[in-house]
Design a protein around this ligand. Structure first.
Ligand code: FES
Ligand SMILES: [Fe+2]
Length: 383
């Protein structure tokens, strides 16, 4: 961020309210955003064992990501080529055999290449060509242990710096691939996916919606995300009260119930004087990474339909932390679930009010510069 305060200097109109529920608009976003961008699926260690899988639903898209018997990651559309049944019913699990067998009439596919291996018919017609009935592959990319899929038919380049809008060199330094999965959580929120991102992008709501978090990160109680939002920040930063200088409340190390990191600091963060206790790195439309002193939280956002969104989180820990019996993971997990649930309620409140006839859009206030950046991005994608 530059030296200049990023706050908006004039009133800006927010997106039309119909964009948050209109079916046709949602189809446009599916086409121009969700089928175009790289979408986060999971951390490699969420499918750690050979034959383990997850399924991913992005509106009507249904995708399987699995490891074959040799541990190689593969991805397919979760639809059988016989008469279109879903192949994997569960959202995650482990296959019993190296074949992906359809639960309807038991056609079986090779997990490694998607080839149809066998059908269940007595007789195979002469013109039946198995080779044309392989599972449909889905493009994917693994970066630093994080798996992304892409539904576009065109070649979508992977560019780390433009992928993460708030690129910070720390994300290339931290070896996420070595982290272990400590916990997973997921929740359906009754709101359009953009409502989630808009709420994520401002702290005007912090003191009311997140009293505990505003206590842990005192600057949030001033409704600011960053010290530089305050036009007088150069003066205020000299004050070592974190309410003005930013960072966590004195004596706290991480986002946890008691603020303690229980003596576990991520190796790469040790001795980093400029680490203020949290780094948030955004990747529209489907994920953000939150790096804390002792753990990383990856949050994934997927639209179920125009008015429902699935929010999932993976808590990643260094191996030693994950295996440390004295380290209580609940300290960070329960705190984050509290904050994410509070946000979920706020998002539902926002969504409910959008349908009132006669009000077409809202306005963005100075602190909502990140909301504007997000809305401008959406506008540029769907135009
Ligand atoms: S639909 Fe899959 S085997 Fe029939
Ligand atoms: Fe929030």
């Amino acid at each position: 961020m530059s030296q200049k305060s990023p706050i908006l200097t004039s009133v800006t109109k927010s997106l039309p309210f119909t964009w948050y529920f209109n079916e046709n608009h949602f189809k446009k976003e599916l086409n121009k955003i969700w089928s175009d961008e790289w979408i986060y699926a999971c951390h490699e260690n969420s499918i750690k064992e050979p034959l383990s899988f997850i399924t991913l639903k992005i509106a009507q898209f249904d995708i399987i990501i699995l490891r074959d018997r040799n541990g190689v990651i593969c991805s397919y559309l979760n639809t059988c080529n016989h008469r279109g049944s879903t192949l994997c019913k569960e959202s995650q699990g482990k296959l019993k055999t190296p074949l992906l067998s359809c639960p309807y009439h038991q056609w079986s596919y090779n997990t490694s290449d998607g080839k149809l291996i066998k059908t269940s018919s007595f007789v195979t017609p002469k013109d039946f060509d198995k080779s044309k009935l392989s599972l449909t592959k889905v493009k994917f990319k693994i970066w630093n242990g994080l798996i992304f899929i892409n539904l576009s038919k065109k070649n979508t380049p992977w560019n780390l710096k433009s992928r993460f809008q708030d690129y910070d060199s720390i994300i290339s330094e931290i070896e996420f691939e070595k982290f272990e999965l400590g916990h997973q959580w997921s929740k359906i929120i009754n709101c359009n996916w953009k409502i989630f991102w808009e709420n994520y992008s401002e702290c005007l709501h912090c003191p009311n919606i997140h009293p505990e978090l505003s206590d842990l990160v005192p600057i949030y109680s001033r409704r600011l995300m960053d010290i530089k939002e305050d036009p007088d920040w150069k003066e205020k930063i000299k004050n070592d009260n974190p309410k003005f200088s930013g960072g966590l409340r004195k004596g706290s190390e991480t986002w946890s119930l008691d603020g303690s990191a229980q003596g576990r600091i991520i190796q790469k963060l040790k001795g980093k004087n400029d680490f203020s206790g949290h780094i948030y790195i955004t990747n529209w439309p489907s994920m953000f990474l939150a790096i804390f002193a002792d753990h990383v939280r990856v949050v994934r956002i997927l639209p179920i339909n125009n008015e429902r969104t699935e929010v999932s989180a993976e808590w990643l820990f260094e191996k030693e932390t994950n295996n440390d019996k004295k380290y209580d993971k609940k300290n960070v997990i329960d705190f984050a679930i509290k904050v994410m649930s509070q946000d979920g309620e706020a998002c539902e409140l926002n969504q409910k009010g959008l349908y009132n006839p006669g009000i077409n859009s809202g306005v963005l206030m100075p602190e909502e510069y990140e909301v504007k950046r997000f809305q401008d991005w959406v506008r540029s994608k769907v135009k």
